[in-house]
Design a protein around this ligand. Structure first.
Ligand SMILES: [Mn+2]
Length: 359
């Protein structure tokens, strides 16, 4: 039996790191990513799709988005969709939903469904997390037990998103399908002697805090055992962060060339944060806006962040009688962290030149 583990889709989220036209396209692409998962499930004989919370960005969501989601689910019949809420869509009211969309906590606690072949799917919505409910989990050792939850299993005890592992261990869980952490676990981790747990990550990286490969997991369970598990990189675009050392550059053309070399293997669809680092020589133009604009012609979106520091050779100012020379000689006397020294020199020289200072 084939089962998809996905979650943290965050349909409806606004992408603040992009200009508004690209942000609204990404919003539609995130919804479309879910639609593509539904179609994939139907076309590939998947029995069930597990949605482990944060299907929606908020618990109040526009009705047009909900309608698109439930149309996609309905059209994927006979695939069954199992959904627990997460911290974002906690307490969501969904109105009428298709009959192949199944929920768990109508009775404010756990519920289980039998999928056939002795496979069960059990879940608890985030709004009903309590020591009482966690300790009430009861599963049969004779089944292959899948449990859906949304929270942080390694978090400090007591936080509202915390899943207390001790309540979940030795309960005959075989596969604990988790949501909340947006980085996928390539290899599922051990829960106890019998079971394993895994975060599926989000299917599309939305910001630069969600870099790396994104997608969903396809599990294959036969005769009570997980015989195959694959990660499908399904994301339309990947959020990527690249650092470029510009220390050897002598001007803008060199910086652009270095940036292009660093990005030569990047997909043009990606959303890229390019960080300029290293040092730059006095009087060298970096023109980061021009660089971002040029790179945006080649990639979906590129944000340039300049972390490079001004390089000053204090020795060449030994005999300089200007205010500038005096300042550099004065700072050179201090025995402080070289990075801090560079920062002081950069700010001070800008101040002396009457330039704008960003602190
Ligand atoms: Mn989430």
């Amino acid at each position: 039996m084939k089962i998809i583990h996905t979650g943290d889709i965050h349909i409806g989220s606004v992408l603040h790191n992009l200009p508004s036209d690209k942000a609204s396209l990404r919003k539609a692409e995130i919804l479309d990513g879910f639609r593509r998962i539904c179609a994939y499930a139907k076309d590939n004989g998947v029995t069930a799709v597990l949605i482990v919370g944060d299907l929606f960005e908020e618990n109040e969501i526009a009705s047009d988005l909900k309608k698109e989601v439930f149309t996609a689910i309905e059209q994927a019949k006979p695939v069954l969709f199992f959904y627990v809420t997460g911290n974002h869509d906690i307490g969501i009211s969904l109105g009428q939903t298709p009959e192949n969309f199944l929920r768990f906590s109508q009775n404010k606690g756990w519920a289980s469904y039998a999928l056939g072949e002795n496979i069960t799917v059990t879940g608890l919505d985030a709004e009903y997390f309590s020591a009482h409910n966690f300790s009430a989990l009861s599963l049969s050792p004779d089944n292959y037990n899948i449990v859906l939850l949304h929270g942080d299993i390694q978090g400090k005890q007591g936080g509202k998103d915390t899943l207390p592992a001790q309540y979940l261990q030795n309960k005959y869980i075989d596969y604990l399908a988790l949501g909340h952490i947006h980085t996928p676990d390539a290899v599922a981790k051990r829960l106890d002697a019998r079971g394993r747990y895994r975060y599926c990550g989000c299917p599309e990286g939305r910001g630069f805090d969600e870099t790396g490969k994104k997608g969903f997991f396809l599990l294959e369970i036969e005769r009570g055992a997980l015989i195959d598990e694959k990660f499908y990189t399904f994301a339309r675009r990947e959020a990527v962060e690249k650092r470029v050392d510009i220390s050897a550059c002598n001007g803008y053309a060199d910086i652009e060339a270095a940036a292009l070399t660093a990005l030569q293997n990047e997909r043009k669809e990606n959303v890229i944060k390019l960080v300029l680092c290293g040092t730059y020589k006095e009087g060298m133009r970096k023109d980061t806006r021009l660089l971002a604009s040029r790179l945006c012609e080649r990639f979906f979106h590129v944000k340039v962040v300049d972390e490079s520091r001004l390089y000053i050779d204090s020795n060449s100012y030994m005999n300089d009688c200007t205010e500038r020379g005096e300042f550099i000689r004065e700072i050179a006397k201090y025995n402080i962290d070289p990075l801090l020294k560079e920062e002081i020199l950069e700010v001070g020289l800008k101040a002396l030149a009457g330039e704008e200072i960003e602190l």
